[in-house]
Ligand binder design. Structure first.
Ligand SMILES: *[C@@H]1O[C@H](CO)[C@@H](O)[C@H](O)[C@H]1NC(C)=O
Ligand SMILES: *[C@@H]1O[C@H](CO)[C@@H](O)[C@H](O)[C@H]1NC(C)=O
Ligand SMILES: *[C@@H]1O[C@H](CO)[C@@H](O)[C@H](O)[C@H]1NC(C)=O
Ligand SMILES: *[C@@H]1O[C@H](CO)[C@@H](O)[C@H](O)[C@H]1NC(C)=O
Ligand SMILES: *[C@@H]1O[C@H](CO)[C@@H](O)[C@H](O)[C@H]1NC(C)=O
Ligand SMILES: *[C@@H]1O[C@H](CO)[C@@H](O)[C@H](O)[C@H]1NC(C)=O
Ligand SMILES: *[C@@H]1O[C@H](CO)[C@@H](O)[C@H](O)[C@H]1NC(C)=O
Ligand SMILES: *[C@@H]1O[C@H](CO)[C@@H](O)[C@H](O)[C@H]1NC(C)=O
Ligand SMILES: *[C@@H]1O[C@H](CO)[C@@H](O)[C@H](O)[C@H]1NC(C)=O
Ligand SMILES: *[C@@H]1O[C@H](CO)[C@@H](O)[C@H](O)[C@H]1NC(C)=O
Ligand SMILES: *[C@@H]1O[C@H](CO)[C@@H](O)[C@H](O)[C@H]1NC(C)=O
Ligand SMILES: *[C@@H]1O[C@H](CO)[C@@H](O)[C@H](O)[C@H]1NC(C)=O
Length: 546
């Protein structure tokens, strides 16, 4: 007891708030503080977890969310995360003078954190993420000499980042993501000795990155995505960041070149530079960052070719390259990265500068045994869909429309038991559809339009109970429409226009209750004479073209 009192006296002296240690501070003080919190919360919800569990008839150290030190019999940790609590944090919490860790994340606390928390000299961690705190970031945090982690992400905080926050010299983790912070990142960040992660994503920060940040060699994670930051990355950006693992700069206004020197951040796992004004070429040196799991370079002004060396990134899971000004061919080496889950190389689709990428889909694609999504649309790919696609057992979507791919759709597609989207329209694909296509029971969107497909639609197609969209327009399919088309219970959109279908519209089509658009124009089809059919065609809802 005596020790606690002396300690408190020192604290109070420092703060010059009180001059004497008049009252004995003990677990009863802690209990009083928690009861103040409880009554705050009861204003909004009299039946909260705390209202039920925090009872003076049981010892405070046994209350839910409370951890005490055995030696001092004082509260050292308060963990009220995800308890659906609403209310303000009362000033009495500043009396929990032995508190080391305060975790109130994922609740609906509002107002501001009380200044009295500045008394908590032992506090090492505050996690108030995902609440509804408003106002400015309190500057009293700088009075907490032991604070190493401050998490205030996903609140409604506004104003500048107080420079004083950076004289908490032990600060290791600072997360302020998803607030309304404005102004610049303070230069004072250089006073931190041991900063590990800084997450300022999704704010409205402006200015450039303080150059000193690139000298903070302890940094592992930098998150600045979605702000209004600008400027160039220094040519020696990674000379003093040997530990950097995440560099997230997407959705800002950075410009200049992507420095080859990034290869010196040899532990880099996530590099996202998308949606900025970067120009120049993709440095081949990026291929040396062999720890990379995610590389995002979309919507910048990059030109030149995709370096073959990126194939060395044998841990890459996400590769996103879209709407740049690249030219040349897609290196086959990229299809050799067996860890890839998402492969997106979509160029110039909107910018329309005519710099599409060439190349083929190489046999190596079969090595992408973990891939979930392949998007290579709106390029100038030639060649055909290789039979090795059979190896893509996890594939959920393949988008290769608007290229110049020829050949047939190989039967091997039928082995893909997770495929939902097969989007191959606007190519030069010919021949019949695989008769086994109905084996791909997960298919939801089948876009085949504007190819040179022919023969009849395979009977197994009508087994596809999940199918939402069937677009086979502008091909050379012939045959009569099978009555089994009525089996496509979930289909929303059928477009078979500009083919050579003949005969009658099967009356079974009238049972397609979810159908919104049906286009059968430019075939040799007659309308059905069944009253049931026309009754089910909900005029005005069903956009019907014959
Ligand atoms: C705490 O101190 C008060 C005096 O300020 C005393 O009345 C109370 O019994 C003490 N409680 C414990 C648990 O020691
Ligand atoms: C608080 O409790 C949650 C849920 O049990 C846990 O995930 C979290 O790590 C705890 N916080 C601290 C600081 O220990
Ligand atoms: C606790 O904090 C409140 C408000 O900050 C204060 O009025 C009170 O005197 C403090 N001390 C004790 C022992 O509760
Ligand atoms: C958060 O606070 C704002 C204003 O203080 C209020 O309008 C909003 O409804 C609150 N959000 C939630 C989820 O309670
Ligand atoms: C913290 O920083 C502010 C301004 O940045 C300075 O005035 C103050 O003296 C510093 N406080 C401590 C405790 O270092
Ligand atoms: C970064 O550190 C280097 C070497 O330690 C030093 O020369 C340089 O001036 C520092 N840069 C900044 C912006 O602090
Ligand atoms: C950083 O990379 C450059 C090449 O881009 C190299 O010449 C230099 O030695 C590297 N510096 C360090 C500190 O590794
Ligand atoms: C890094 O990449 C460049 C260009 O691809 C290459 O010449 C160099 O040998 C690589 N350096 C290291 C250290 O791997
Ligand atoms: C793919 O990897 C294999 C085995 O490592 C190698 O022989 C082949 O050359 C690679 N293909 C490409 C296009 O890089
Ligand atoms: C990748 O695929 C090609 C062609 O299918 C094959 O020759 C090669 O050995 C594969 N490489 C790896 C690393 O699996
Ligand atoms: C379908 O197209 C293929 C390839 O163009 C051709 O060989 C075949 O004769 C055509 N079949 C029919 C029924 O037109
Ligand atoms: C398609 O399914 C049928 C019946 O289940 C089976 O006999 C056939 O081997 C399958 N074909 C392919 C290519 O998966």
């Amino acid at each position: 007891m005596e020790k606690g009192c002396i300690h408190l006296a020192v604290v109070l002296l420092l703060l010059q708030q009180m001059s004497t240690c008049s009252s004995i501070v003990n677990i009863t003080t802690d209990q009083t503080a928690l009861l103040a919190l409880q009554s705050q919360i009861s204003l909004y919800n009299p039946h909260s977890v705390l209202a039920r569990d925090w009872s003076t008839s049981t010892p405070v150290c046994s209350w839910i969310g409370v951890t005490c030190s055995l030696r001092h019999q004082r509260i050292t940790a308060l963990n009220l995360s995800s308890m659906n609590l609403k209310g303000m944090v009362p000033p009495q919490l500043g009396n929990l003078s032995f508190l080391i860790s305060l975790d109130i994340r994922n609740n609906n606390f509002h107002g501001s954190l009380p200044e009295e928390l500045a008394h908590l000299r032992r506090l090492k961690m505050i996690n108030a993420m995902n609440n509804n705190f408003t106002g400015a970031i309190p500057s009293f945090f700088s009075l907490l000499p032991n604070l190493h982690s401050l998490y205030l992400s996903f609140n409604q905080l506004s104003g500048n980042i107080p420079p004083s926050i950076f004289n908490i010299t032990k600060l290791k983790n600072l997360r302020l993501r998803g607030n309304f912070l404005t102004g610049e990142i303070p230069q004072e960040i250089s006073s931190l000795c041991c900063l590990n992660s800084i997450d300022l994503q999704d704010n409205k920060l402006t200015g450039s990155i303080p150059p000193t940040m690139f000298n903070q060699s302890s940094l592992r994670q930098i998150g600045l995505t979605n702000n209004i930051l600008y400027g160039k990355l220094p040519g020696n950006v990674c000379d003093n960041l040997p530990n950097l693992e995440h560099l997230r700069l997407s959705r800002n206004r950075f410009d200049g070149l992507i420095p080859p020197n990034l290869q010196n951040c040899s532990k880099l796992q996530i590099l996202s530079l998308s949606v900025n004004d970067f120009a120049g070429t993709i440095p081949a040196e990026i291929g040396n960052l062999t720890m990379l799991t995610s590389l995002q370079l979309g919507l910048t002004y990059l030109k030149g070719e995709i370096p073959r060396e990126l194939g060395y990134l044998q841990r890459l899971e996400v590769f996103g390259l879209y709407q740049n000004r690249l030219s040349g061919s897609i290196p086959a080496s990229l299809f050799n990265i067996s860890t890839l889950q998402i492969l997106t190389i979509v160029d110039c689709q909107l910018s329309g500068t005519g710099c599409k990428l060439r190349g083929i889909i190489p046999e190596e694609i079969g090595n992408l045994t973990n891939v979930l999504s392949i998007s290579l649309f709106a390029n100038d790919l030639t060649g055909f869909i290789p039979k090795t696609v059979r190896g893509l057992q996890k594939l959920q979507r393949i988008l290769i429309q608007s290229n110049m791919i020829s050949g047939t759709i190989p039967d091997e597609i039928c082995y893909l038991q997770n495929l939902g989207d097969l989007i191959v329209g606007r190519n030069k694909i010919s021949g019949p559809l695989p008769s086994c296509l109905g084996n791909v029971t997960t298919l939801r969107n089948l876009y085949l339009a504007s190819n040179k497909l022919n023969s009849s639609l395979p009977e197994t197609l009508w087994n596809l109970q999940e199918l939402l969209e069937l677009d086979a327009a502008s091909n050379s399919f012939s045959d009569v429409l099978s009555p089994q088309i009525g089996n496509l219970k979930n289909v929303i959109d059928i477009d078979l226009s500009y083919n050579d279908f003949s005969g009658m519209i099967p009356t079974t089509m009238g049972s397609l209750q979810k159908l919104i658009t049906l286009s059968l124009s430019d075939n040799r089809i007659d309308g059905p004479h069944s009253r049931v059919f026309w009754e089910n065609v909900k005029l005005g809802i069903l956009g019907f073209e014959l």
